[in-house]
Ligand binder design. Sequence first.
Ligand SMILES: [Zn+2]
Length: 291
Amino acid sequence: MSPLQPQQLSPLVYRVTATNAGAMTGPGTNTYLVGREQLAVIDPGPDIAAHIDKILAQGAGRIRWVIVTHTHPDHSPGARQLIEQTGAEAIGSVMDKDDGHQDRTFSVSRNIGHGDLLRTGEFTLEAIHTPGHVSNHFCYLLRDENLLFAGDHMMQGTSVLVLPPSGDLGEYLESLTRLKRYQIDAIAPGHGELIRDPLREIDLRIRHRFYREGKVIAALEKLGESSLERLVPDVYDDVHPTLHKAAQYSLWAHLLKLEKEKIAIKTIEKHWLFGEEHWRLTDDYSKSVSR
Ligand SMILES: [Zn+2]
């Protein structure tokens, strides 16, 4: 079966993948349909007519809720069409201030909160606030199947982008750790295949961030005061150079975390976006390691 045809993943869940494959979207955005007679659509994806038609065909008059993990342009714009055509209720969290990456077409009557439940006669979804990728990111746990819809919080085998200023690496790591308190048997990410060993993957992702943080500190020790552009090839020497531009976001997120922890300091103020930003290790940190 073509991966672009709807696929049944479990008794309650179908997946429809949008045709927006790319460097940042992998094989395309995954849209999930949950339920039997009354459906919730999780992450309607981009507003691509063929994709919306596929969701509507699969949902066949049963779509009652349209839920978004977050409001990035590859996750929520499809909501408008779906809601217009079905009268479904929109559920999610909308950012007050635009951080420059938000889909402004998505709106809700009330922002969802951590622990909120959508209980239907057929299933229960629990909202779990998972800031990090962006501040208004929520995962949704399908309690009936211990399946977590993870949006851009996790992807199999690779790190997701943490997008400052609304994204925050410290919060991201806390959000990952928080997931370990839930009974989760599998993770359905916004991009890519199901993750069937969630705990192992969560630990891998946490370890990987600390490995990267070690490389950031090592590069600052080696190069001294440096721009992000100068640091990227050292910190991401294991990543293909075509991805180095995007990696600057992750590097920036690492540096902002290290700044909060008083390990690194910005020496030249930010220039849109981060072209002129220079960083070095703090004197206190350098003293503490040379002692
Ligand atoms: Zn995103």
